[in-house]
Ligand binder design. Structure first.
Ligand code: NAP
Length: 256
């Protein structure tokens, strides 16, 4: 049992795969009604089928976070389906490996659009629907906020921008009694991590993480559910690092 989400109406972007899938599952297990988005309909519908055991109030809506019209549709259709919206989890993200010298301006735009503009567009839409007590929680990253990562210059810039955006959004939302916070995952075992970064990257990472292993998607989901809970009502504009201690060591000597 985590924090109760009984009868809360929740939107989760990128909720059908990886960390987002775990967030969807944890919210459903705690009693929430969930709409989640993504671009891949097949994955979305498979996740709905798999999680129908938890709730019959669960729906996938195809929507690209970086396209304003999709975002407007997502929120309108979710509001129609759920009746109201209490919590919005902005989780969708994309992290292709491209060293700066090989990165095109189109590569840059794609990554910044999904990871940063997507957060802006969805927050703007969320503001139209959330009421007093509403919550926005973002899946940010240690990359860009606490550390650099060769090959992820665009992604780090976007995720650093996300936290900067969140602080101002927290102030603008505070007058309405709505909070916005972020979780900064370290290295979490997901399809995105496996497919894009590969087995060698994962093994190398394990050797520099004090808790000696990559995180699991639910490690992020539980931090998010806390920030989305009624109990987290006095926290806004903050981010929680969930990284197995990865950003702590000053030198290799500090490890094990
Ligand atoms: P993942 O396995 O690749 O899943 C990414 C999710 O985002 C999928 O559901 C995908 O759905 C969705 N998505 C991607 N682009 C989208 C778009 N333009 N519009 C709508 N949905 C989109 O990645 P993950 O590892 O679970 O990452 C989830 C979040 O955690 C991201 O924000 C990522 O930056 C962050 N994060 C992950 C790690 C890690 O170690 N895994 C570390 C730090 C931060 P579709 O494929 O259906 O579009």
């Amino acid at each position: 049992m985590a924090f109760s989400m009984k009868d809360k109406n929740v939107i989760i972007t990128g909720g059908g795969k990886g960390i987002g899938k775990s967030i969807t599952e944890v919210f459903l297990k705690e009693g929430a009604n969930v709409v989640f988005s993504g671009r891949n309909e097949k994955t979305g519908e498979e996740t709905v089928k798999e999680f129908s055991k938890y709730s019959n109030k669960l729906k996938f809506i195809k929507a690209d976070v970086a396209i304003e019209e999709d975002t407007q549709n997502l929120f309108k259709m979710s509001n129609d389906y759920l009746g109201s919206i209490d919590i919005v989890v902005l989780n969708a993200g994309y992290f292709p490996q491209q060293r700066i010298q090989d990165m095109t301006s189109s590569d840059w735009d794609t990554v910044v659009d999904i990871n940063l503009k997507g957060v802006f567009l969805n927050t703007k839409e969320a503001m139209k629907y959330l009421k007093e007590g509403g919550r926005i929680v973002i899946t940010s990253s240690i990359t860009g906020n606490k550390v650099g990562n060769p090959g992820l210059g665009h992604y780090g810039a976007a995720k650093g921008g996300v936290n900067g955006f969140m602080r101002t959004a927290a102030l603008e939302l505070s007058t309405k009694g709505i909070t916005i916070n972020a979780v900064e995952p370290g290295n979490i075992m997901t399809p995105g991590m496996e497919n894009v970064l590969g087995a060698k990257y994962i093994k190398d990472q394990e050797s520099i993480i004090p808790l000696s292993k990559l995180g699991e998607p639910e490690d992020i989901a539980y931090a998010i559910i806390f920030l989305a809970s009624d109990e987290a009502k006095y926290i806004t504009g903050q981010s929680i690092v969930v990284d197995g201690g990865q950003i702590l060591p000053e030198s290799a000597l500090d490890l094990h």
